[in-house]
Write a protein that binds this ligand. Structure first.
Ligand code: SF4
Length: 175
């Protein structure tokens, strides 16, 4: 939501088409290595951990501008896999067409409006997500303030089911 909101704002302000939304973890990674690994190999391992996640425009020209060293296979920078004829593998990549980006931007705006309406009508219950047995509360520093406790009456997680990529696009199109 956050990155897509920024993307929507900047692309409208500057009248630009989106090329993607990407992020990576700033926490310095710890890697397992034996003494035989060279400095370069270690650097390569660390680089892999900084590979970006997100959604990229399904356009080989744009992708190659993002990762200039990419010929075929997995990009070491962006979530894309190019086949032997430089075709984008939908299955192994996180990509969206221009139309899908447009639909996504509309969906995001609609969602923000709905959330705002809900907040203004007083719906401010604490409902952290629960997906794949994970919740944001695990690492949250504000536990002591928000007091969320799933064992307390009225405290519920927002359970997010596992859905396929195609199903998400279908839902966005419908909205
Ligand atoms: S501990 Fe509270 S504030 Fe932190 S993620 Fe969970 S619900 Fe949100």
């Amino acid at each position: 939501m956050q990155l897509l909101t920024y993307l929507d704002a900047i692309s409208k302000k500057e009248e630009l088409d989106p090329a993607g939304v990407l992020y990576f973890n700033l926490i310095e990674p710890i890697i397992k290595a034996d003494k035989k690994k060279t400095e370069e190999e270690l650097e390569e391992e660390i680089k892999k951990r900084f590979k970006m996640k997100g959604l990229v425009l399904a356009d080989v020209k744009v992708i190659k501008m993002m990762d200039k060293s990419l010929e075929k296979g997995y990009s070491s920078l962006v979530p894309v896999y190019l086949g032997k004829d430089e075709e984008i593998s939908e299955k192994s990549s996180s990509v969206a067409s221009k139309e899908q980006f447009e639909a996504l931007q509309k969906y995001i705006i609609k969602t923000i409006k709905n959330i705002s309406k809900e907040i203004l009508s007083g719906k401010i219950d604490i409902k952290p997500y629960y997906k794949n047995k994970k919740t944001p509360c695990e690492y949250c520093e504000y536990k002591g303030i928000c007091q969320f406790d799933k064992n307390k009456f009225g405290n519920e997680y927002n359970y997010i089911p596992e859905v396929k990529k195609e199903e998400i696009w279908e839902k966005i199109k419908e909205e």
